[in-house]
Design a protein around this ligand. Structure first.
Ligand SMILES: [Zn+2]
Length: 214
């Protein structure tokens, strides 16, 4: 997060100098400016508290920027599990950094452990959640999930598929509601072995739980 202006700031900073959390007062000010820029009376009862509400909302839905997803990937040693693990249809809400509009859908994450190194199933969902609750683009989010799992678990391979609807495509611009953007990131054996990749895709595609059902 960039520091703007020269006014002293009361918010806390962590040891590395990075902002420890969002600056609610700045967000509030910004939202007031948007409202008055749109010609609204910012003292109108219906929207008087909107800047503060929006500031708190942004702190919540973009709060992943101040969390480290890696802490959730503590390795459990499992007696020789080396078959594919697929966590399918993890619900996902993120925010397009180009338009500040949400994109929402599901993530499917497959990996093949190496040396019995696995993580608790819910931890993968936590990682997706933390990386999604940031200003994002879908392609980067997909890669970040794959790279973090590769880095921490050192598995034989990882495959991440994200399917999402972008409100910036549905509500504005191209105005194509319900179109689904699919991105994938394949690492290790999923990249080098087309049979393994096809097996994961079949598992993802087969049965319920696609973005259409959300
Ligand atoms: Zn967008």
């Amino acid at each position: 997060m960039k520091d703007q202006g020269s006014k002293p700031r009361s918010r806390t900073r962590s040891a590395n100098g990075k902002a420890a959390g969002p600056d609610l007062a700045s967000i509030e000010k910004g939202v007031s400016l948007i409202l008055s820029g749109m010609g609204e009376d910012i003292n109108r009862p219906g929207i008087k508290a909107t800047p503060l509400r929006v500031a708190r909302m942004f702190a919540e839905i973009l709060g992943g920027a101040h969390e480290d997803p890696a802490v959730h990937l503590r390795v459990l040693q499992h007696e020789k599990h080396d078959e594919m693990v697929l966590i399918k249809s993890i619900p996902l809400y993120s925010m397009c950094e180009h338009h500040l509009l949400p994109f929402a859908g599901v993530a499917h994450v497959a990996y093949i452990p190496k040396g019995g190194r696995i993580v608790g199933l819910s931890k993968i969902a936590r990682v997706v959640d933390i990386l999604a609750r940031r200003l994002q683009v879908q392609e980067r989010l997909t890669k970040q999930v794959a790279d973090l799992i590769m880095d921490r678990l050192k598995p034989l391979g990882v495959m991440v598929v994200i399917e999402a609807e972008h409100l910036c495509m549905s509500m504005r611009g191209a105005k194509k509601p319900k179109s689904v953007t699919v991105t994938s990131a394949v690492r290790g054996v999923f990249r080098s072995n087309s049979i393994t990749r096809a097996e994961a895709i079949n598992l993802i595609r087969g049965g319920p739980g696609s973005v259409r059902d959300v």
